[in-house]
Structure formats: structure tokens, C-alpha cells
Design a protein around this ligand. Structure first.
Ligand code: CU
Ligand code: CU
Ligand code: CU
Length: 349
């Protein structure tokens, strides 16, 4: 209920045309281990220690200033995927094209206007076959439009899903990506492989918005029991939203879906690319989750009957908060125990 009230309040403010603001954020890049599945961890370069990176959410027209501190052993940049960077091309985050890469121990401040709306994202642009594809260097940048379409105004739950893949053969070695010929063998949603991820809980009558992201490899999204209305592609509202029950995504693509939760039950969601629903070669893992209607009693045989529920795993709680940068505890990696790395203690530039 609280979530719904906050969402309604935000929608109202949006419709009133709130003034553009200066949004100042700080991001560090950390070397941590991400436990993707029991028995499988990958070394990642994690924004604020998290995979996916923290939710950055601003309003159309806001000035965004992000200072990035590189606390790792290799170079990085950040590309703001979708932002037009009109007259600010130097902020586009491409090493040796728009800036020198940010070296270990250094920082860089990006300044740009949120001039494109919708489900955008940010990611490293250095050696992307490793940094994006295998080291978790991606997160959501959501720019709320001043004039949302009517369907968006109905949303009661807003969820963010990043589908990604992993390669256990190089997971423990920074600087390796095994391209060409690599074999991806773990798949995850928001950094965790099923069944180590979480259910998405809804109530009958909810209008669920799903923001799908495919940063690393193709996905064929499928939700049982419902058709979905595809409303936005790569942030832009479609002139004619269309119905689907499978939504394919190529790497880099985003689709926003609206689902009317009108069929109480416990429903599977999965990637229909069969190898993406395996984990270390075993079936029934990877890119899957379950949508649970809260009204439905969980049967005894249900695999997640007694799960310790993490309500922000699909960023639903963070999406109900005001604009800003939202760190999400559930996405934190752990610091490697043995290798102590040199680390900046101050945030001086
Ligand atoms: Cu990087
Ligand atoms: Cu990109
Ligand atoms: Cu199915």
C-alpha cells in the first residue's frame, strides 16, 4: 500500500512538471566477489560494490553530475547508454575517443543533462567483452519523462530485471575474457542464478511494469499466465504498444512491459533460450524466477515456500523512493578475504 501511495505521489509530481534539478552522485568501482550461485562466484568490478550497480533515477531535464572513483587494479570509464550528450560528447565515456580511461586510484566527473527518457543504463566502455560481459559493470539509469504516457501513470509496481551471463573458466582471473570461443555457463537475473534469486511478489489488481535489460547476451523473456503489453523500446514510448508472451532482447536492448495482474497464481518466468536456464550445465537454474500473487497460499511442494524474502531484489522498493541514487544491499559483493588491495581512503580529486 505504501509503495502504491508513493508511486502515485511521484506520478502526480511528474504530471505537474517539476523543475529540473542538479543531481550529484558518487560511484566507486570495487573489486569484489559476487556469489552468482551456490558454489559459483565471479570476480567483478562492482559499482559501489554492487551488481547490478545502484539505481540512478532522475527526471527529464535534470543536470546529472557523477564522480567515479576507480578503486580497482585496471582502467575503466562509464558510458551513459541512451543519453544524447548534446554538446557534451566529451562525457560519453569511450576511452581514447572521448576521454582517457580512468586509471587505478583516479577519479573522473561526468556532467550531462538527462535529455533522453526511459529505461537507460550505464556501463563501463573499456574492454567490454570482459568488463560488461563478465564483470558486472552495468546498472540502471532511469529518466522519468515530464509527460509520461497514460499507461505509465497506472503503474503500481515498477521492477527492474537485468539478465546476464557468466563464464566460470575465467571468473577468478581479472584481465581474461576467453573471447573468442568462450562458453557461458551461468545465467542470472540481477546477478543471481535461479533458484538463488527471488520471487517477484504482486497483488491482484496491480499494474506491474517490468523493465527488462539484457546487458550481456540474448534473452527470450517469457511470463506464464499473462500477456504483456510492450510499451517502450530502449527508453522510448512505442507509438503502438503491442501484446506479446515472449519478448526477445539482443545485447544492449531494453523493453518496458506493462502487465495487468489479473490471474492469481504462482507463475514461472523464464528465458526461453534453453541454455540460459542452466547453471554449471544443470537444468532448472539460471534465468528464471517466479511471480507470486500474495493472495495465493504456497503449497507444501513449492520450492520457495519458506524463502527469506528480499523485497528490493527487483528494485521495487527503490523504484518507489524519490529521485536519487539508491544503493541496494541485496546486490553487494564480498571483499576478497586474502588479497588486500591498495585502496584510496579519501575522496580527494
Ligand atoms: Cu571497466
Ligand atoms: Cu551501451
Ligand atoms: Cu515455460
Amino acid at each position: 500500500m505504501k509503495t502504491r501511495m508513493i508511486t502515485l505521489a511521484a506520478a502526480l509530481l511528474t504530471s505537474l512538471g517539476v523543475q529540473a534539478e542538479l543531481r550529484q552522485f558518487e560511484l566507486t568501482i570495487e573489486e569484489v566477489d559476487l556469489e552468482v550461485a551456490p558454489g559459483f562466484s565471479s570476480k567483478v568490478w562492482a559499482f559501489n560494490g554492487q551488481v547490478p550497480g545502484p539505481l540512478m533515477r532522475v527526471q527529464e531535464g535534470d543536470e546529472v553530475e557523477v564522480t567515479v572513483f576507480n578503486n580497482t587494479t585496471l582502467n575503466h570509464t562509464i558510458h551513459w547508454h541512451g543519453i544524447y550528450q548534446t554538446n557534451t560528447w566529451q562525457m560519453d565515456g569511450v576511452p581514447e575517443v572521448t576521454q582517457p580511461a580512468i586509471e587505478p586510484g583516479e577519479s573522473f566527473t561526468y556532467r550531462f543533462v538527462a535529455d533522453k527518457t526511459g529505461s537507460l543504463w550505464y556501463h563501463c566502455h573499456v574492454n567490454t567483452a570482459e568488463h560488461i560481459d563478465l564483470r558486472g559493470m552495468w546498472g540502471p539509469l532511469i529518466v522519468d519523462p515530464k509527460e509520461p504516457i497514460d499507461l505509465e501513470k497506472e503503474v503500481t509496481r515498477d521492477a527492474v530485471l537485468f539478465f546476464s551471463s557468466w563464464d566460470s573458466s575465467v571468473a577468478q582471473t581479472y584481465g581474461e575474457n576467453a573471447v573468442p570461443g568462450r562458453e557461458l555457463d551461468y545465467f542470472s537475473i540481477n546477478g543471481k542464478s535461479h533458484p538463488y534469486n527471488q520471487p517477484l511478489r504482486v497483488r491482484e489488481g496491480d499494474v506491474l511494469r517490468l523493465r527488462l535489460y539484457a546487458p550481456t547476451s540474448p534473452v527470450a523473456f517469457h511470463l506464464h499466465g499473462h500477456d504483456v503489453l510492450v510499451t517502450h523500446k530502449d527508453g522510448s514510448a512505442l507509438p503502438a504498444p503491442y501484446w506479446a508472451d515472449v519478448v526477445p532482447l539482443q545485447p544492449g536492448e531494453r523493453y518496458d512491459l506493462i502487465v495487468r495482474m489479473n490471474n492469481p497464481g504462482i507463475w514461472m518466468v523464464h528465458d526461453h533460450i534453453e541454455e540460459n536456464t542452466t547453471a554449471g550445465g544443470k537444468e532448472m537454474g539460471g534465468s528464471m524466477l517466479v511471480v507470486e500473487y500474495e493472495e495465493i497460499a504456497k503449497p507444501d511442494f513449492y520450492m520457495w515456500k519458506d524463502i527469506e524474502f528480499e523485497p528490493d531484489f527487483y528494485m521495487v522498493e527503490s523504484m518507489a523512493k524519490p529521485h536519487g541514487l539508491h544503493n541496494i544491499e541485496a546486490f553487494m559483493g564480498v571483499e576478497p578475504a586474502l588479497e588486500r588491495r591498495p585502496r584510496r581512503t579519501s575522496h580527494s580529486h
